[in-house]
Design a protein around this ligand. Structure first.
Ligand code: HGY
Ligand code: MN
Ligand code: MN
Length: 414
């Protein structure tokens, strides 16, 4: 594998893909079903075709897919990919670097001329982040037959537009989704190259991370329903202050996470009040909670304690609240046998590596219960991600391609 050429190809593609953003100069914003997503999808289709993939197409939920067929009949498929949507004002590597690396891996396999026992399918997933609709992993869930048609109508963006409506605008129909479900028995394994998005590899001076577990997570939108009143004349004991109640929960999230004593994390990343006026006690306050842990019990404990605070505050004041669960995902383990081959391949190439947990969610977690799944991380400079400062070295991405390519070659010879 010509490493310099691979590195250059990755760099060239990522520098083009980062221009497909609705916030130029302020990071990359490429939301599902947006014009930027369409331009990126069209570009990825071209690049997959140039790499020699066949049956290149975009499916009903906006996944872009291409294949290298096997040299043997009735065989299984190795799948590899990541997502091409981003968070708002995000970086130029999260997800998309893994898509570009998957295309490079397919190119190397095609060029090697090796006998392919397994087919290879490359996928650029849509809507992994959940930025618009809160849930996330729409593209990978569609392939694993996990999309609930009710959610397609129920989940909507902050302007109240549902996934269903966005699909119609995109030119597809929710009724096409069930047919996308794959037979997991036909999948030999799923691979994902991804930036670490945290500080571990960069701080430890390691080139490669071999993921052993992806944390579980619970994402929800909480709506506190209080009562608008005059900020000056309403005594404190008579208030149903929706922001006041929300802030009591939000301000306890760090303590809820730390008390689990196992690296659990809890985040409020979104808050919106009504009427949002300086001299009016807030009538409603919506806020998100993103709770994550390697232990499912910790997630349940953090959620239960947050709800207790809400219940107590509402009982005291007469306010009310609702919790809308957007995503609930158990912690998942990666494939031990494939991890062993990846580690062996790092040693053969003398790449510094370590096994590690993923604190970020990934499309891999949707595959992990159904097929052997493996993730390879590269360092994120200073651990930064989900921001314009996100950066990973093209050389590290090329090394990740080499590791996965050589692992897939070994699996084709098994
Ligand atoms: O939220 C996450 O962990 C991922 O970036 N979607
Ligand atoms: Mn990602
Ligand atoms: Mn992300």
């Amino acid at each position: 594998m010509e490493m310099k050429l691979v590195e250059e190809a990755i760099k060239e593609r990522l520098q083009m893909l980062r221009t497909f953003t609705s916030t130029p100069g302020h990071g990359v914003t490429r939301l599902p079903f947006s014009n930027e997503a369409r331009r990126a999808a069209d570009y990825l289709k071209e690049e997959m075709e140039k790499a020699g993939l066949t049956s290149v197409w975009m499916d009903a939920v906006g996944n872009v897919r291409g294949r290298l067929e096997a040299d043997e009949p009735e065989t299984q498929t190795i799948m590899m990919g990541s997502h091409y949507d981003t968070v708002k004002n995000g970086g130029a590597y999260d997800g998309i670097a893994g898509v570009v690396c998957a295309i490079e891996t397919a190119k190397a396999i095609k060029r090697s001329g090796m006998h392919r026992r397994y087919a290879l399918e490359i996928i650029a997933f849509n809507d992994e982040e959940g930025m618009m609709f809160g849930s996330g992993c729409l593209g990978s869930k569609a392939l694993m037959g996990m999309v609930d048609q009710n959610d397609i109508r129920r989940l909507n963006d902050e302007n109240g537009i549902s996934i269903e409506e966005w699909m119609h605008r995109w030119g597809s129909r929710p009724e096409e989704i069930p047919a996308l479900a794959l037979d997991a028995d036909q999948i030999r394994a799923f691979f994902e190259i991804h930036i670490e998005q945290g500080p571990v590899l960069d701080a430890g001076g390691k080139e490669i991370g071999i993921v052993d577990c992806i944390v579980g997570l619970l994402r929800c939108m909480v709506t506190v329903r209080g009562r608008a009143d005059h900020a000056g004349t309403t005594p404190m004991h008579m208030r149903r202050d929706a922001i006041g109640i929300a802030s009591k929960v939000i301000s306890r999230l760090d303590q809820l996470a730390d008390s689990q004593d196992n690296g659990s994390v809890a985040t409020c990343g979104f808050i919106r009040a009504y009427p949002n006026a300086m001299n009016v006690i807030a009538e409603t306050c919506e806020f998100t909670m993103d709770l994550r842990s390697r232990e499912e019990e910790s997630i349940e404990r953090m959620m239960a304690e947050a709800e207790t605070i809400l219940k107590d505050c509402c009982a005291e004041t007469g306010a009310g609240y609702e919790v809308d669960i957007k995503l609930r995902q158990k912690p998942v383990a990666m494939s031990r046998p494939i991890m062993d081959i990846l580690c062996e391949t790092c040693r053969e190439n003398e790449y510094s590596f370590q096994k590690m947990i993923s604190g970020a969610a990934h499309d891999s977690m949707i595959f992990a219960d159904k097929t052997e799944t493996a993730m390879v991380f590269v360092p994120s400079r200073e651990g930064r991600s989900h921001c314009p400062q996100e950066y990973s070295e093209y050389g590290h991405l090329a090394k990740a391609v080499k590791i996965v390519y050589e692992t897939i070659v070994k699996m084709n010879q098994e």
